[in-house]
Design a binder for this molecule. Structure first.
Ligand SMILES: C[S@@+](CC[C@H](N)C(=O)[O-])C[C@H]1O[C@@H](n2cnc3c(N)ncnc32)[C@H](O)[C@@H]1O
Length: 253
């Protein structure tokens, strides 16, 4: 018997990221027999595929501001021009995926007309800057059900946004749980009752958040040094360097 992959279309996610996405899908399916999915940043449609194929997924809203060269916390810009909503739809059809339940919005989330129903699950994977990720979360949050989950890809790039989001939720007195998947770029905020449910049935134990933030800070420094710092007369690339912990200095005299 031929097994059909839940990801028949190329996705910019690793095998562990994909497994996390599928585990979140199982959790949501158990919590709500018919659920609605929101995705910010769909590119070729790779991460939409398992939701398009799932009969329990009732509706999908895909938000993608197409044709941009994206700013990125790594200190480089990434060109996503050349992939349109139509080319994504063509690819989905070629893979035999039904698209009747899919609505697309070609623009940022802050230009979206209010959708007609709240979402159970959101996946934020658009522009990888803290500011854009925080914006995407701020606009997505009121669209979510009280008991819902918001996933983040490239968490190590937008770790400051993730940290600010947890602060905001704490200040709003909203019950939530944060889970950073080990050895993967996925993290998730489980809102309301979902944060209290037995997440261990679906996910392995998460990474310590302090370790995640600390490792991400070093990784972002390294990326920015490699991408932006040049030395010497011919402005050669910095090949070898170490990053020290922040030095303590006297703050006043
Ligand atoms: C990393 S890709 C998404 C990858 C996709 N989720 C996957 O699994 O293959 C980032 C996408 O974000 C889109 N994008 C850029 N700016 C955006 C914005 N302001 N809001 C939503 N999406 C945006 C890009 O056009 C691109 O398609």
């Amino acid at each position: 018997m031929r097994t059909v992959s839940p990801f028949p279309i190329e996705s910019q996610t690793s095998p562990r990221d994909k497994a996390f996405l599928l585990a979140a899908q199982r959790l949501i399916r158990d919590a709500a027999p018919a659920y609605d999915y929101l995705e910010i940043g769909s590119f070729l449609g790779g991460s939409l595929a398992p939701f398009l194929a799932d009969p329990a997924c009732r509706s999908i809203l895909s938000i993608d501001e197409r044709g941009r060269t994206l700013a990125d916390e790594r200190g480089a810009r990434f060109d996503y021009a050349g992939v349109s909503t139509q080319s994504m739809l063509d690819r989905l059809h070629q893979a035999g995926l039904p698209t009747e339940k899919l609505i697309t919005h070609d623009g940022p989330i802050d230009t979206l007309a209010p959708p007609d129903r709240p979402f159970d699950l959101a996946f934020i994977d658009g522009e990888h800057t803290d500011q854009a990720c925080f914006r995407d979360f701020l606009w997505a949050l009121p669209l979510m059900k009280d008991d819902s989950a918001i996933l983040f890809h490239d968490s190590s790039l937008v770790y400051k946004a993730v940290g600010l989001i947890t602060l905001l939720l704490r200040k709003q007195d909203r019950p939530f749980a944060l889970l950073k998947n080990r050895n993967s770029e996925m993290s998730a905020i489980f809102l309301g009752g979902l944060g209290q449910c037995e997440l261990g049935r679906y996910f392995e134990a998460g990474e310590d958040c302090a370790d995640f933030y600390a490792a991400s800070e070093i990784a972002m420094l390294e990326h920015n040094i490699r991408n932006r710092v040049r030395i010497g007369p011919g402005a050669e690339r910095l090949v070898s360097f170490t990053i020290e912990p922040p030095r303590a200095e006297k703050g006043y005299y």
